[in-house]
Design a protein around this ligand. Sequence first.
Ligand SMILES: C[S@@+](CC[C@H](N)C(=O)[O-])C[C@H]1O[C@@H](n2cnc3c(N)ncnc32)[C@H](O)[C@@H]1O
Length: 442
Amino acid sequence: MSILNGSQVCARKSPVGGIGLFAEEDVEGECLRVTRKQIYNLETCLELKSQLDKDKEEPVVQQVLKYYSKVHNETRFLIAYMIGFEVLRRKGELKDHPELSEYLQLLLSTTVDNLAFEEDALLESYYEIEPGNALVNMSIKEVQSDEFEELSAYISDTWQVSIPGCDIRRLTAAVRSRTLEIPKIDEDGDYYVQISLVPGLDFANHDNARQNATFDVDPDTNEIVLKTTTTVAAGSEIFISYTPYEDMTRMFVTYGFIPCSNGLKAVDIPFWGYFHFEDSEELTEYLFEQQQPNNLQLILEYKDGKLEDLWLNMASNYSFAGFIQKDSIQTVMENASEEQIDRALIKLIGLVDKSFAERIPKLDQFNDFCEKYEAENGTCNIQQLVQLQLEVYRKYREKYASIAKHLDSDSLYDLVMIEGDEWVDYRLPPVYNFLTRDLERH
Ligand SMILES: C[S@@+](CC[C@H](N)C(=O)[O-])C[C@H]1O[C@@H](n2cnc3c(N)ncnc32)[C@H](O)[C@@H]1O
């Protein structure tokens, strides 16, 4: 990529998959600088659009934006810009913008191993087994929708330009997997983030355990600077962190990989309303009224690529309160004794064990199906997710079995984390799994 010329880094095949960024020589500190003009965010894209659409009867980028941006979301606007620019490239109107042309071709050649190209039948089967995860469902819904084909037809009818639906889908997945949140400070000194595509820097792979570089904005020039945090030897890969809190499902859906590097990660498991037990309907309704999350969050600890340990993260989650009394959560929590809380938590962790016991054979079966499917048809990405779930559910059951015999107020906390525990200071947004599509179907 021409943007890396003259920098201290180069892009080449990485052992983690795809392309990565490598030190050309021993580097310490700044190793790449990307100018504001080379970055694609809503500000710079708007400027480009003004130039490219100027004096046109049929302003291409403007019309694609209008067509595609039904949902007001920064990343989606950025995707719409890229599709609009791609129409112009295919019309031969980007000759004066070789960097943008080169970047669009890179986006079109990017493969993201998430659900974007997964077979419909496979997605449907998975959905039948694990219906509750909102993020996965959003992805499935997008894959099953006709929106890419419809946009392709609109572009073809309006400008007689051919961009097949699969190219639009590829561009969309590529933009999502390559955007970075760039920290900025506005005129009032307030901090905000700007979703941006930063060519060159976007070759950097993610690894929180091996992170050896960070990126930042030079406030004087608005350039984005990649800096190593230690000396990176010539030939070594440069890793950044896409997010300090690795939500495994989100990582898979956005980036197409599940990070197994050393450290702590999180995973959300739909529970209330998805697993049936005595009184479950009544309890689910109560939690819904109390605006409590219907998901459970597990904190996972990885070591040497393996799931070493896990805990239920009950910080800011009082979904066990209904086992004590069905009054307002605040009242229940203010009045409950420690013994009552422990008894309710013990009940919850036992039910979670039962729910995982039910899920494992179904997922096992689906995993076998994926294996056969892969042997006959090629890669099946959803298997990554299935295997993660199986690993998590099995680990939980193993840990539960080890404490079940002497389950009391002390041993309980081998499996549960609560507010005040060493590193439970963060929870994924609690409404994460509420009311996804077709909930009534189940
Ligand atoms: C910003 S891009 C990085 C450059 C990318 N590897 C490429 O080939 O162009 C993000 C993508 O890199 C890959 N990636 C990043 N970190 C990874 C990791 N630790 N393991 C596996 N894949 C990773 C994923 O495919 C992700 O969607």
